[in-house]
Design a protein around this ligand. Structure first.
Ligand code: 8YV
Length: 328
């Protein structure tokens, strides 16, 4: 039996499935975050089960010559150097599709919580500060009928656009490197615009673009300056796509109305300036966190590992570099 390392905590039933095919070294309840420990535990191991962490780069691969498959239960794979894996004959898989609708639900909910000031008003109530009704008490922005701007129109962006267009009567504008097919644009009622127009015209901007060096600080001070003072910004993509320091400043100066953030530069650390401003809803990277979806994500990563290394039939279902198959 091949040996694998499960480097993050995972459902017991998924672990049990893996044990049917592998000798499993599991981190238990404590994710392996220290790089030295990760390298040590990967010696002699052919596969590793990860998520959006830890980082798997060329130096780690060179230090772990037995590794042949890196299977992640996240859709985003900016923590894994895929070309370095391919060059060394290491298979990489991610977990697309299974989390699309759940993540879109959350993105839409976070946008609504941001527009309607739900977190801020809850803190006010819990603090015992609610003493009277006022016409302007936590008055925010409307969602229905407002212009939804989507930055990054992949699967999740489209699912968010669909919610806005069909459920809330929102005109949808989007910016993406490539335009959608005309038929999909029509179904979503979505119009492609350049990035500056997106920033200027969106009432509620939702960011769903994958992180790469090309999307680093895609939204910084210059972009924020284009936004309406009544607009909101929601990020369910990756930390680093937004310049968090510039965003905190824009929120403090009320140059935009509010933000909703599920992801942060350098998370789990959060930029201290963001913790100081009231007009931001902060959540700990949970957009895909419904139990059924997290289980589906974990099982998809397990399917990939089993197909790649566990004697399972067929190809790994969501390999990012199937050209390395068959594995050495
Ligand atoms: C994961 C995500 O929960 O799939 C992704 O890309 O961002 C989330 O669904 C996260 O990456 C876990 O590390």
């Amino acid at each position: 039996m091949n040996q694998i390392l499960v480097a993050i905590p995972v459902f017991d039933d998924v672990l049990a499935r893996l044990r049917e095919h592998f000798e499993v070294d599991s981190c238990g309840d404590a994710p392996i975050t220290a790089r030295d420990e990760l390298i040590h535990r990967l010696q002699g191991r052919r596969g590793v089960f990860v998520a959006g962490t830890p980082t798997i780069d060329a130096a780690l691969l060179d230090a772990c010559p037995d590794l042949r498959a890196v299977c992640s239960m996240a859709v985003g794979f900016n923590n894994i150097d895929v070309p370095a894996c391919t060059a060394r004959g290491v298979l990489v898989s991610n977990a697309p599709g299974v989390l699309t609708e759940t993540t879109a639900d959350f993105g839409f909910a976070l946008m609504m919580a941001t527009a309607r000031r739900i977190a801020e008003s809850e803190h006010f109530l819990r603090a015992g500060r609610w003493t009277e009704w006022r016409y302007d008490l936590f008055a925010g922005a409307d969602v229905h009928g407002a212009t939804l701007g989507v930055l990054g129109m992949g699967r999740i962006g489209q699912a968010i656009a669909r919610r806005g267009a069909l459920g809330f009567g929102m005109p949808v504008i989007y910016h993406n490197r490539s335009r959608l097919d005309a038929a999909v644009e029509q179904e979503l009622g979505a119009r492609w615009v350049d990035k500056a127009t997106l920033m200027r015209e969106a009432d509620h901007l939702v960011i769903v673009v994958p992180y790469s060096p090309a999307s680093h600080h895609l939204v910084g001070a210059a972009e924020l300056a284009l936004m309406k003072p009544t607009a909101t910004l929601t990020n369910v993509a990756r930390g680093g796509v937004v310049d968090d320091a510039a965003l905190a400043q824009a929120l403090r100066e009320r140059r935009i109305a509010a933000a909703g953030l599920d992801v942060f530069e350098g998370e789990p650390a959060v930029h201290p300036a963001l913790l100081e401003v009231p007009n931001v809803v902060l959540t700990p990277h949970i957009a895909s966190a419904s139990l059924p979806t997290r289980r589906a994500m974990a099982n998809l990563a397990a399917d990939n590992l089993i197909a790649a290394l566990g004697g399972g039939a067929g190809q790994p279902p969501t390999a990012l570099n199937p050209e390395v198959l068959p594995l050495r």
